[in-house]
Design a protein around this ligand. Structure first.
Ligand SMILES: [Ca+2]
Ligand SMILES: [Ca+2]
Ligand SMILES: [Ca+2]
Length: 431
């Protein structure tokens, strides 16, 4: 009986102490959960389920926010706080507010700064489902402001881009049912969430690059992820099968990025796992990021492999241009040198031809097109064409000499830097 009582007391104590701390040691300040420097504000912040890393669904009983020790908030203390579930991880625009119908008001009243903290105890606990992401919204309703060296008072930390949306203004208290357009931020409040129990280890890092299912990933990718609260190191595994580690096996990394020491294979599917380590515990249940590396080197990467155009109009889309190499270096046959990109050739008939390079919609690739006569290894410049900027077409019309072979090199315009090539379509038209 006594043992049962003790266990129940222990379990109550554990429940009372349950809390998740997110970057509570942060020293930056920002416009969240409210603005102390503007009269009125309304701020929504998304805390992804992955970041919360709760062991189970549970009742959130309160939130603690952290204040710069030198800051006052006495003129910014009339708060209304809401929480809710969302499937979003970020805001797509300044008006992409989570509707108030999706939020539950959990607090309204005056808050105080005590020991550099603001504790908000919910009037009714909020049942967090541990499957959706959590949104924390707060509005500040007092007209007066805290100057605080013309800066904000509350601690924030950098996280997923656009995971916070805030409105600040001096004209009227915000109506959460129809908030004005706001500004997105790449940070969130340092916060303690009371009532939820964290999993034993740190949360799984968000991998910024490569994106899951990314294609055309370079063979020496700079893998990047967001820092995890409380993590002292990270571990990288990379394999050629889901969950595999045949390429990199649990390699420890102290920073938040990593580039493999050996180039990956081209045209290969890889599976990446990044975990965080905190006090000897590793994050659990992190999912793979799948990606595919760039295709093989194009068949027409070198002059000797130039694709022959024999029937006109000729048209070819170079989808694998990203894998072009600079071969033996820059091509300086024409006065305006360029990268060695990919090559085409045709034989003149004494008539006029137009050569045109176009890029797909939205492309920023800025190619140069050089036309030469002669033979690979002894080319003579016909013309270097680089009139357009990123994404813009390049066109050249010229009169051919019957029986002369012409070579066309399409590549990055840089003459001293090997820049990546990208998708283009070449058209060779006989006029
Ligand atoms: Ca090349
Ligand atoms: Ca150009
Ligand atoms: Ca290049």
């Amino acid at each position: 009986m006594k043992k049962v009582l003790l266990l129940s007391l222990l379990s109550i104590a554990l429940t009372l102490n349950a809390q998740i701390n997110l970057n509570i040691g942060s020293t930056n300040v920002g416009t969240a959960p409210i603005s102390s420097f503007f009269s009125y504000s309304y701020v929504q912040q998304i805390y992804p389920r992955q970041e919360l890393n709760a062991s189970a669904a549970g009742n959130i009983t309160g939130l603690t926010f952290y204040v710069d020790p030198s800051a006052t908030i006495s003129d910014s203390s009339d708060w209304t706080v809401y929480v809710g579930h969302t499937t979003k991880t970020s805001f797509t625009s300044g008006t992409d507010w989570i509707p108030s119908s999706q939020l539950t008001q959990v607090f309204a009243g005056t808050v105080t700064k005590t020991n550099n903290k603001v504790e908000v105890t919910f009037t009714t606990p909020f049942a967090y489902n541990n499957s959706d992401n959590l949104v924390i919204a707060a509005k500040e309703n007092s007209q007066s402001i805290d100057i605080n060296n013309f800066d904000e008072a509350f601690r924030v930390y950098p996280h997923i881009p656009s995971s916070t949306l805030y409105y600040t203004g001096d004209r009227m208290i915000v109506d959460p049912a129809s908030p004005p357009g706001g500004i997105r931020a790449d940070y969130k409040s340092a916060v303690t969430i009371s009532g939820l129990t964290p999993k034993p280890g740190p949360s799984c890092p968000f991998v910024n690059y490569p994106a899951n299912n990314a294609q055309l990933v370079p063979v020496l990718p700079n893998i990047r992820w967001l820092a995890v609260s409380g993590a002292d190191s990270y571990k990288i595994s990379l394999g050629t099968t889901p969950g595999g580690n045949d390429v990199i096996n649990q390699q420890a990394v102290s920073g938040v990025d990593f580039t493999p020491s050996t180039a990956l294979n081209r045209d290969t599917n890889y599976y990446l796992k990044v975990t965080a380590v905190s006090a000897g515990l590793e994050s659990l249940g992190c999912t793979d990021i799948a990606f595919k590396t760039i295709p093989p080197v194009p068949v027409n990467d070198a002059c000797s492999g130039a694709l022959p155009a024999s029937a006109f109009p000729y048209e070819y889309t170079q989808n694998d241009a990203v894998s072009a190499t600079n071969n033996n270096g820059f091509i300086d046959t024409c006065p305006d040198a360029m990268n060695d990109g990919t090559w085409f050739k045709f034989t003149g008939d004494g008539g006029q031809f137009t050569v045109k390079i176009t890029m797909p919609a939205g492309s920023t690739y800025d190619p140069q097109m050089d036309i030469y006569s002669g033979a690979c290894g002894s080319l003579a410049c016909v013309n270097a064409v680089d009139n357009g900027g990123g994404g813009a077409a390049e066109t050249y019309t010229f009169t051919t000499t019957a029986g002369t072979e012409y070579f066309i090199n399409v590549g990055a315009y840089e003459e001293t830097v090997d820049m990546p090539e990208n998708v283009f379509t070449i058209k060779i038209i006989k006029l």
